[in-house]
Design a binder for this molecule. Sequence first.
Ligand SMILES: [Zn+2]
Length: 97
Amino acid sequence: MLLNAKEILLKEILYQYLNQLNMICHCEKCIEDVLAISLNQVKPQYITDIDKISYSKSEMVDKQKNTAMLVILTEAASTVTTYPRCENHLPLNKENR
Ligand SMILES: [Zn+2]
């Protein structure tokens, strides 16, 4: 099975820091939007076995890489918050505030 290790890692970091990302909506669609935007900015890292994720994780223990991922996630979160595409916050359109 082909898996993108970056997807798994980004998802973990996203949920770990979810409350610090200042998102106005935490619905599945917004979370997926944040992940999609973030994943499009990082090089995918494909693994063939979920067990190999531990190898990628040990690489992520590198604080600098972890922070870089968090920066990407933070920027993606603010994009989604500024231009939300889910119905939960349509009335909160920035221009109308
Ligand atoms: Zn939402």
